[in-house]
Design a protein around this ligand. Sequence first.
Ligand code: ADP
Ligand code: MG
Length: 457
Amino acid sequence: MGTRPAQAIWNAALGELQVQVSKPNYRTWLEKTTGVSYQDEQFVVSAPNVFVAEYLNRNQRSLIEKTLIGITASPNIRIVFQVDGKYKNSSEAYATARKHSPAAPLSSSVFKSNYIFDTFIVGKGNHFAYAAAQEVALSPRQSYNPLFIYGGVGLGKTHLLHAIGQAVTAHHTNVICLSAEQFTNEFVNTVRERNVDEFRRKYRNADMLLVDDIHFISGKEQTEECFFHIFNELHHANRQVVLTSDQPPKSITSLTERLRSRFEWGLLVDIQLPDFETRLAILEAKVKQRGVEATLEILEFLARRSLQNIRELEGSLNRVIAYARLFQTAPTIELATRALENISDKEPESTASITLGLVTKAVADSFQLSVEDLKSRRRDKETALARRVGMYILRQETNFSVAQIGQELGGRDPSSVTNACQNITGDITANPYLRRKILDIQKRINSVPNPKSRRAK
Ligand code: ADP
Ligand code: MG
């Protein structure tokens, strides 16, 4: 079998893994992997770097294999992780990061393989940004410098940025692509290690610099200053710079005036909410990419929900697909309604608003314990399991840190939260009781803010 089926199978596996592991776990380890080939029971997965490959190999092999067995129905499937040079475009930076320490952030750009122009659906809200991005990718420097793309969360800014990067890397251009947060972290480390000159040299040598979410540096004086100099040097040398942000430069508070004016030198383009037709076209494309079956009726049903952004739209599709797998049926309107009934279509970040207390209560209720039991020193099997599940769910459903979660559950050490999460993640596929519990708790959590849907099921 060639690469296409491998990628389709892997996309399906990722869809399932996304619901099985915690969000941070998924983001850190799985999001940037791709399915390379599937032949003679051997399934090759490409990881963006050696740390990810090693981590997956050590910690998630069995979970992933089980998932793949479920999808391919071939019980002897073996998984092999490989590091694929294609997604890192600066082997130097990669080698340096490895030398320093395994935990050092990779400063080289890591592109998301499916964030390319071909998979970007053009519609009313984004055609201008798309055209500008393509123009810059086709003839960098001659078009607009910098290109500044802004728009709300989940509307495709990172997708376009990576698309530019991947298009020009194919022509051996030295591209550096990173988030402003990575830039800031790297800069802070550089200052600590007194390596600022080297840091600046690295960026100065780029043919193209792509920085995602540039608003992140606002108010961080030294980082802004350093970025200002790098920007000037690149601009003078006629090197292309592309920036994205959730706001236009003039609305980014606490950005120094001189940076603001530089950001406005080139072309400012915005991405707006997609209309119904675009949402439908996006869903059709995603379904095709992932090789899953869904009727037009279902897709229209999903597209009609007044979602705030495309990430949400994809999320709702993933959820429906996951439900269909769980219940082993084709997705129907009824199933989709059920899968989405507790998800508000007005409030995309509703997970963030779920408070610690609410989740803890749901866990306690599900295990028929009291919240005090969960927070107590009790160590009997059931209480200990409930506590670990609580940690896992909090990690998955909220944005709280392991320290905050440990605190909530009776002042426990952050490392015990991390262990509990790994432990539950490892057990979840093999243990139907655990799976049922987790689904039950998620149902309880989701039904709280919307009392109307309590009568469900
Ligand atoms: P942002 O950076 O603006 O927050 P992303 O670029 O991360 O948003 O996009 C969120 C998700 O939506 C990604 O999975 C991306 O591939 C997808 N997406 C956004 N716009 C489009 C589009 N026009 N066509 C296809 N997929 C899109
Ligand atoms: Mg983004």
